[in-house]
Write a protein that binds this ligand. Structure first.
Ligand code: ZN
Length: 142
């Protein structure tokens, strides 16, 4: 059975809440990298967070359930609704970004070296549940 990542989390209890909901709807759900991220939160950036996965053929149904659970639209720092850059839909899913620049790797290396949390902000983007387009976080400062 091939699994696809449905959503990523920083905290395992959030993943388990959604897992319970999806399983109550009859879906098969697995959680990956939970122990690594829980033991060493610094690894979260490197691994891309705790991954909630469902079989690929159940992905659309799982996304629909998440859409209902998270029906509230995301707001930016000006309290405006974040919309998909491609289709304008408000049905977005927050996704964590991995390390994507040299600066991120340097921050991570320095944090790991001194056993402290990375100073850079948690990076995320929004994935459209309608068309799949990625909308960058409007509040991110690059
Ligand atoms: Zn869209």
């Amino acid at each position: 059975m091939e699994f696809a990542t449905l959503k990523t989390f920083d905290k395992s209890h959030e993943a388990y809440l959604l897992k319970t909901k999806l399983e109550s709807e009859g879906l098969t759900v697995i959680i990956e990298d939970e122990h690594m991220v829980t033991l060493d939160p610094l690894m979260s950036n490197l691994l891309g967070g705790i991954k909630l996965k469902v079989p690929r053929d159940q992905l659309i149904r799982a996304q629909t359930i998440i859409g209902i659970v998270e029906a509230k639209p995301f707001l930016d720092q000006n309290n405006e609704v974040v919309k998909c850059i491609k289709c304008g839909s408000e049905k977005l899913q927050k996704e964590r970004k991995g390390l994507d620049s040299f600066k991120d790797y340097i921050n991570f290396a320095i944090a790991a070296l001194f056993f402290v949390y990375p100073l850079n902000k948690q990076k995320f983007h929004y994935k459209c549940l309608k068309c799949g387009a990625i909308t960058e976080n409007p509040d991110a400062q690059n």
